[in-house]
Write a protein that binds this ligand. Structure first.
Ligand SMILES: Cc1cc2nc3c(=O)[nH]c(=O)nc-3n(C[C@H](O)[C@H](O)[C@H](O)COP(=O)(O)O)c2cc1C
Length: 321
């Protein structure tokens, strides 16, 4: 049993590919704060891997203002994975990494990576064995972020037996199976199994979208090490601060946050890409507003910066949070 009772439950900002790059992480931390730890979107390994320019920028400590940023690796090949862990440690100074065993996307799963790797327990075991031996020698801690199976939660009994053989710094559990993608509900019974039987400290992840959701989970599992939040954070970037007793999200705070993110995206990636990225954020953030359908349509339609800014102005002028 993972017994952390009495300790404060830590709050983690989930890795979200295409969304939570360093610009987003820096600005949410500046504007709202409240997260103890941020995870980078996954870095996929391959033979002869060199970091892409985007990956370099994302992991470079000079670009990252939050104190605690953990790079995430997506791999099913221990040699490739160990090389990336070494590079993250030796070249970028990281002493902890996270392994992605949860990505449900078909393009990842068909390569037997992410949640797709869970279908091959023997290979997973041997991969983890190699990785933990090498990381241990280098003094790098390794945590795992996992789904609870591919087809059925029953698979998790064996998967957890495997995880328990290694000194995971933490086990982050999103209690959906790969086949769920983001449908259905997180399964609290299989999470309870993980919580009760994991040798590593456990973090809960899945559908935490409000303070009530957070309280429901932490009162049922009162020895949790951490709670991780993804889509709930993109929808409401003040969620961590509010959980910590701070102000609820206000229209003004969301506006300030939005403007800062958009400005920096434009500066770094140009207006076209910035608009694309902002529309991804609005897919979630629009849920804060009542009666916003027509403004959301204008935001999605906007192809030029001036049209986009006009649509956003209209939204904030006409819809309350
Ligand atoms: C757009 C998107 C991108 C994601 N990218 C990653 C990723 O790079 N690594 C990862 O481990 N999980 C990724 N996830 C999964 C989230 O980290 C998280 O586990 C999942 O959304 C469930 O948590 P939530 O209900 O709080 O969002 C992604 C999810 C979404 C929706």
């Amino acid at each position: 049993m993972n017994s952390m009772a009495g300790n404060r439950v830590k709050l983690y900002a989930a890795p979200m590919e295409g969304v939570t790059g360093y610009i987003y992480r820096n600005i949410i931390d500046d504007c709202f704060g409240g997260a103890d730890r941020y995870f980078t979107p996954f870095i996929s390994t391959n033979t002869n891997k060199t970091f892409t320019e985007q990956e370099r920028r994302d992991i470079d400590s000079g670009n990252n203002r939050p104190r605690d940023v953990i790079p995430q690796i997506l791999s099913n090949n221990s040699c490739d994975c160990i090389k990336v862990i070494r590079a993250l440690h030796d070249e970028y100074g990281y002493d902890e990494v996270n392994l992605n065993l949860g990505c449900p996307s078909p393009t990842v799963v068909t390569k037997h990576k992410g949640a797709g790797f869970l279908a091959f327990p023997d290979k997973l075991d041997s991969f983890l064995n190699d990785v933990f031996v090498a990381a241990g020698k280098d003094g790098v801690r390794v945590s795992v972020k996992t789904r609870t199976g591919v087809e059925s939660h029953d698979e998790f009994i064996k998967i957890l037996d495997i995880y328990n053989q290694y000194p995971l710094s933490e086990l982050i559990v999103h209690p959906r199976v790969q086949k769920d993608l983001y449908k259905n509900s997180p399964d609290y019974d299989i999470f309870e199994y993980a919580y009760t039987n994991s040798k590593a400290p456990v973090c809960y992840n899945g559908d935490i979208c409000s303070v009530d959701d957070y309280q429901r989970i932490t009162s049922r599992f009162n020895g949790l090490n951490a709670v991780m939040c993804g889509r709930g954070m993109i929808t409401n970037p003040a969620i961590f601060a509010t959980i910590n007793g701070g102000d609820k999200l206000s229209s003004r705070a969301l506006r300030t946050f939005h403007n800062a993110v958009f400005k920096e995206y434009c500066a770094v990636m140009g207006e076209r890409n910035a608009l694309f990225k902002m529309k991804e954020l609005w897919y979630y953030m629009i849920r804060n507003f009542d009666g916003a359908d027509r403004y959301y349509k204008s935001i999605r339609k906007a192809q030029r910066r001036c049209d986009y800014e006009a649509a956003v102005n209209e939204l904030f002028a006409n819809c309350a949070i």
